[in-house]
Design a protein around this ligand. Structure first.
Ligand SMILES: [Zn+2]
Length: 134
């Protein structure tokens, strides 16, 4: 015979377990990806504007030149990173559409749910990502 207290405890435990096991639906993942994509896109647009619409001549003072080059390099890098991330998100959205979102591109195994939730634009399982160093 199981006591009320014990029954309540078990129900409580079950509810917590359900919450822990709850995974994001495809729609939620798509929404997350689309939100992130929009955010990146506006960031890249801002960076690009800054980068390509500069018509000021380079400063004739050497020390200022190097500061200018450094910040330009940084902006180029941010621009490249943002665009790379958008490409990964586009790929993830395609994988969602084709139903291969949860399949590792390298080994064909299923990618762990918690990995996909942490890194929604990944296309590799944790083992393959570790093998390839990222
Ligand atoms: Zn794999």
């Amino acid at each position: 015979m199981i006591s009320d207290q014990k029954r309540i405890f078990l129900l409580y435990k079950e509810a917590i377990q359900r919450e822990l096991n709850r995974t994001m639906s495809t729609d939620e993942i798509r929404e997350t990806l689309l939100n992130k994509r929009a955010e990146l896109l506006s960031r890249v647009e801002r960076t690009s504007k800054h980068l390509y619409k500069r018509d000021k001549p380079v400063s004739p003072i050497f020390s200022e030149q190097s500061v200018e080059m450094e910040s330009r390099e940084l902006i180029y890098r941010l621009d490249g990173e943002g665009k790379g991330e958008i490409r990964r998100i586009d790929k993830a959205l395609q994988r969602l559409d084709s139903g291969t979102y949860e399949i590792c591109e390298s080994c064909g195994e299923e990618i762990a749910k918690n990995r996909l939730e942490a890194l929604p634009d990944t296309d590799k399982c944790i083992d393959c990502a570790n093998l390839e160093g990222g």
